[in-house]
Design a protein around this ligand. Structure first.
Ligand code: TXA
Ligand code: MG
Length: 350
């Protein structure tokens, strides 16, 4: 729902040191309670003043997101968390190991963060991104920026500015183009529990990496991609159908020797299907309606491409999109978590 007379300004920032004027314009929009889409190393964020209830309400409205699904606050330095959350020793251990970078830590909130930002919860999700444009914007603004991923609720998170424009043009004051996001999937989210953490959403900071810093790492059902009956997810966002393309998306559980004949048989039977696969697999399947998302074992490249591959596959208008179920160790767990939710848990063993 694009509003008449509401114009979104699009600017490009590659070098924050050379863009003081543009960053000041963006910061002044945030100070006035407006919304700015900005790049991070994970995905683009839809930002507003994290200390203002009104800005949070605007974010929920622009994104079409239920207001009980809390937002992450983005800070410029790990120690800035003090003013907004109750930190502890483990927070600083995690910060030392992984910040700035793709890790979000859930902590008890202080009154400086309104309940509108945290979806009514007494905890707040804190993240210190490493992207130079994000850091420069937060530093210039001087307060934390509340930002969910800059997509319309339910769509894949945007990893390049084109997707932010197609989802949010006319609904936000400014979009900052900072190029493609490096990582391509959202941050790892943990909640501190005693001397360990509960992993709520897997990301580029992997389970194994967390184990090197924490005494214990508990994998929540939502992070593992399991639908546990009767379990209410601790991260409210994990309840919602997510990243879902319009075409049906189906994960195929089997190796390459079963995958290629399966697709060939579906196509021979007249099914118009799109396939998200590795370069090697694409070579054997042929170019048509085949979206390449990375080398066969290059999980970082697959993560980098996953959300745009989903959007590209969807744009083909096929009745179904197939992809092979990724491994569930290392970065594979983060990929699997996004794919199983995009597929609404539809997996076919082949
Ligand atoms: O990489 C990222 O984390 C990106 C970039 C923009 O920073 N942001 C992002 O935000 O993915 P969003 O809103 O799309 O996802 C945040 C998730 C949601 O599932 C939300 O429910 C959960 O974090 N969350 C936020 N605050 C929480 C809290 N206090 N307790 C539990 N879960 C929380
Ligand atoms: Mg999101």
């Amino acid at each position: 729902m694009k509003t008449e007379n509401f114009k979104t300004e699009l600017i490009r920032i590659t070098d924050p040191d050379a863009s003081a004027f543009d960053l000041e314009c963006a910061a002044s929009i945030l100070r006035a309670g407006g919304l700015v889409v900005f790049p991070t190393e994970t995905v683009y964020g839809l930002g507003g003043d994290a200390t203002a209830a009104g800005a949070a309400q605007k974010i929920y409205a622009a994104k079409g997101r239920p207001s009980n699904n809390p937002l992450i606050i983005h800070i410029a330095e790990p120690a800035d968390a003090e003013r907004y959350a109750v930190t502890n020793e483990l927070y600083y251990k995690l910060a030392h190991a992984f910040m700035p970078g793709p890790l979000t830590v859930i902590l008890p909130k202080r009154p400086t963060i309104p309940h509108e930002v945290t979806g009514g919860l007494d905890t707040v999700a804190v993240r210190c991104p490493s992207h130079p444009v994000a850091r420069a914007l937060i530093a210039r603004f001087g307060l934390p920026i509340a930002a969910p991923s800059a997509n319309i609720s339910g769509r894949p998170s945007p990893t390049s500015v084109e997707y932010c424009i197609s989802d949010l043009d006319g609904k936000v004051d400014m979009i900052i183009d900072g190029g493609e996001c490096d990582i391509g999937i959202e941050s790892t989210i943990v909640m501190i529990k005693d001397h360990g953490v509960v992993l709520l959403r897997p990301g580029a900071v992997t389970y194994d990496a967390l184990c090197c810093v924490c005494e214990s790492v508990e994998l929540s059902a939502a992070a593992a991609g399991v639908t546990a009956e009767n379990e209410r997810p601790i991260a409210p966002g994990m309840m919602y159908r997510h990243y879902a393309p319009t075409s049906a998306f189906v994960l195929l559980d089997g190796d390459e020797s079963a995958f290629l004949p399966y697709i060939a048989a579906r196509r021979a039977a007249g099914e118009r299907c799109a396939v998200i696969c590795s370069i090697e697999e694409a070579r054997q399947l042929g170019e048509q309606e085949t979206i390449i998302y990375g080398g066969p074992h290059d999980l970082a490249q697959q993560a980098h491409r996953l959300f745009s591959a989903l959007r590209e596959a969807d744009a083909l208008g096929c009745s179904v999109i197939y992809a092979r179920k990724p491994p569930t160790d290392g970065l594979g767990l983060a990929l699997y978590n996004r794919m199983i939710r995009a597929a609404s848990h539809t997996v076919i063993k082949i």
